[in-house]
Design a protein around this ligand. Structure first.
Ligand code: ASP
Length: 331
């Protein structure tokens, strides 16, 4: 198998510096030698990005760079692994998921909590597990971490320090790796022949996140909704999709934004479970203000999907419809 590995930065390849951990450009070559040694019958190419980043600096434009890199290598390789920082890995995995829409080859994003060259690092296990997923698992876009293979649009960084840092709060794992793989679905389920890749311009500032908290007022959100090229917002609601319904200024602000074609998607800050639009009066007020339900999506996936759809140039009406429909296993 010809495997392309994109090293984008992140803890996995970091080394100590006076400022703390920083990405190491020499890491790519060391990984290529290591992987080639472990898999002598496969061809491993590890490409080191010119600007290695701590993924907390990642912007939507960086998702595009990764997607375009994979696209330009699509016909040369059978499978793709992206080495990425954990902080925004769930966003990048979701971006690849939308750009590659149920591809005919596997793409797996991974990283580690401890750098490869530190004692007790989880990097080697995560990389080898990701390779095993590429070689034996389904086609599609996934995040692999600590034995868990998670659908690319379903991952959430759920722990800061545990090695099992990622969860799939509302969807079964696609696979888990112990001594052997266990798959939740048939690995060869799809007979799709062709991959439709669309990589729109996803630009910083086109989507925002509106936090709901006790005492939240219109003033808190005004700045967030003020940006001129704003196309969408993820509203992080309470429980099953609730927010204060007695504050007319707050609801008015949402209504003005949705009237001006900003698509606002309601996702619960509970972290797992589904938004049930209108179950409570406090949720119905949001529906009246034009806010749509993100159902059981993670806020990361909702944020990226808004970027993706608005980047495609869809109108607010079309974006709302696309949120209602299942976009490749979406909700
Ligand atoms: N801050 C790092 C990053 O996201 C953390 C990590 O990789 O685990 O790049």
């Amino acid at each position: 198998m010809n495997i392309y590995v994109a090293y984008t930065g992140g803890t996995i390849g970091m080394v100590d510096s006076e400022q703390g951990l920083v990405p190491d450009p020499d890491f790519a070559q060391a990984v290529e030698i290591m992987l080639q040694d472990d898999y002598p019958n496969d061809n491993m190419t590890v490409y080191c990005y010119e600007h290695l980043i701590d993924s907390s600096n990642a912007r939507p434009e960086d998702w595009q760079i990764i997607a375009q890199d994979i696209q330009s290598n699509w016909h040369k390789y059978d499978a793709f692994m992206v080495l990425h920082g954990t902080d925004t890995m769930a966003y990048s995995a979701a971006a690849l998921f939308y750009c590659f829409q149920a591809p005919t080859k596997p793409i797996v994003v991974t990283g580690s909590q401890i750098p490869l060259f530190k004692t007790r690092s989880d990097a080697r296990n995560n990389m080898l597990g990701a390779i095993e997923a590429l070689k034996n698992g389904p086609n599609g876009v996934f995040l692999f971490f600590a034995g868990r293979l998670i659908e690319g649009n379903r991952a959430h960084k759920a722990h800061t320090t545990e090695l099992a840092a990622f969860a799939s709060p509302n969807a079964p794992l696609r696979g888990w790796l112990g001594i052997d793989w266990q798959w939740s679905q048939d690995v060869n389920a799809s007979d799709k022949q062709k991959t439709d890749i669309s990589i729109p311009n996803m630009t910083s500032g086109a989507v925002t996140i509106l936090p709901v908290f006790p005492g939240v007022s219109a003033d808190h959100w005004k700045g967030l909704l003020n940006s001129t090229n704003l196309k969408g917002a993820v509203l992080l609601s309470y429980g099953a999709g609730n927010a204060p319904d007695k504050d007319q200024a707050l609801l008015g602000l949402l209504k003005t934004a949705t009237d001006n074609d900003v698509v606002i998607v309601n996702v619960s800050q509970c972290g797992s479970g589904r938004v049930v639009a209108g179950a409570y009066a406090a949720g119905s007020a949001l529906v009246k203000a034009g806010v749509i339900s993100g159902k059981d999506m993670t806020y990361e996936a909702a944020f990226v999907k808004l970027h993706f759809l608005s980047g495609l140039g869809l109108s607010a009406k079309e974006i709302k419809l696309a949120f209602d429909k299942t976009l490749a296993l979406d909700t």
